[in-house]
Design a protein around this ligand. Structure first.
Ligand SMILES: [Zn+2]
Length: 358
């Protein structure tokens, strides 16, 4: 899996270049066509298998043909798989006289995690440290609340605003500086939301062709409002869509009365409803039927939490039946996330089998 490479690359929303390069290099030999659209989405086309073309007339009705008959797009049924390339991070907004770099967030980050953190700035991955007052100098009241981002600065080891500006001009991106590592039977790293989805999608594209035309789409700017996915779906004009994600996993600490969003080690998490969309129940039922028959563990993501690119994809054109399938990830939108490789493998297996039988 290319998760390690993808996780180590910096790709804050709107600056997905490094991630895109790895993906293009990985998938190009396995697809029929690749386009990078005007916003930077990668749209890969994988034509349906030759056997399928020969057997076409013998096939009866399938879920895909049923969905396609209800759509008005015409042509052949086609399926879109999508994962977002971007991650949350920071952007440089100004300087202090002493050479500190001011910043704001790109995407959702909790103020509590910033002080004392190492970040990588710009194309050259310049190291910066988010400054923190020594505990010896703080008052008890200081330690009871988080420090808002606008009272923090990134220290790049210079002493004037002009030096800081020459190192990191206005608008420079900053990403968490985290190396992918093993963590017991888990793996840890940054940006698993959604490099894990990108990795699953790349793996599916590397496999044998499916019995339908497939668009594998790696989207931009999900973390700032699902901005890239809609235009990519407009171009692909799919019959239905599956979105591959890294889902919130808050299964630690375990309390008796707690219902976690997802649980690590319990298989791919299927979204029924979140804040951005309600999944197409026919696709949900298809996924669970395949999982049960194949003995692949799966779980439902607790309804009502978070949002994904489904939010913009399902509202494209005349509507696209969609569902999100996620690998549970602990500590997303933080410097270090963790996932269980078994969940990853089961997600690939479930998606591959479900697609072949769609
Ligand atoms: Zn995500």
């Amino acid at each position: 899996m290319i998760l390690e490479k993808l996780s180590n690359a910096a790709g804050v929303s709107g600056n997905e270049d490094a991630v895109r390069d790895i993906i293009l290099e990985t998938i190009k030999p396995h697809v029929d066509e690749v386009t990078v659209d005007s916003m930077g989405n990668v749209i890969a086309f994988k034509a349906k298998s030759a056997e399928k073309r020969r057997a076409e007339t013998r096939h009866g009705e399938t879920l895909l043909t049923t969905l396609h008959a209800a759509a008005t797009g015409g042509g052949e049924p086609r399926v879109m798989l999508a994962a977002h390339m971007d991650e949350v991070g920071v952007m440089v907004t100004g300087y202090t006289a002493e050479g500190g770099i001011k910043f704001r967030y790109v995407g959702g980050i909790d103020d509590r995690i910033m002080p004392g953190l190492r970040v990588q700035l710009g194309k050259d991955n310049i190291v910066g440290v988010v400054g923190l007052k020594a505990i010896h100098k703080t008052k008890p009241a200081d330690r009871e609340c988080s420090t808002p981002y606008d009272s923090l600065v990134i220290d790049v080891g210079v002493t004037s605003s002009s030096e800081a500006e020459s190192i990191a001009p206005l608008g420079t991106y900053g990403a968490f500086m985290t190396e992918y590592r093993k963590l017991g039977r888990l793996v840890s790293g940054k940006a698993f939301d959604d490099r894990v989805g990108c990795s699953v999608l790349a793996e599916l594209l590397q496999g044998k062709a499916y019995p339908f035309d497939l668009y594998g789409v790696f989207t931009v700017q999900e973390e700032v409002g699902l901005r890239g996915a809609g235009i990519a779906a407009h171009r692909a004009d799919p019959t239905c869509a599956f979105i591959l994600e890294g889902a919130i996993c808050d299964d630690l600490p375990r309390k008796k009365d707690q219902s976690p969003t997802t649980r690590l080690g319990h298989g791919p998490a299927i979204s029924i409803m979140d804040r951005s969309a309600i999944a197409d129940r026919r696709l949900v039922d298809h996924l669970t039927a395949v999982a049960e028959r194949e003995g692949i563990p799966y779980q439902f993501k607790q309804p009502g939490i978070g949002g994904t690119d489904v939010g913009s994809i399902h509202l494209t054109r005349e509507g696209v039946p969609s569902v999100a399938v996620s690998v549970p990830c602990r500590y997303i939108h933080a410097p270090v996330a963790a996932l269980d490789p078994t969940d990853y493998r089961n997600t690939v297996k479930l998606m591959d089998t479900a697609l072949r039988e769609l």
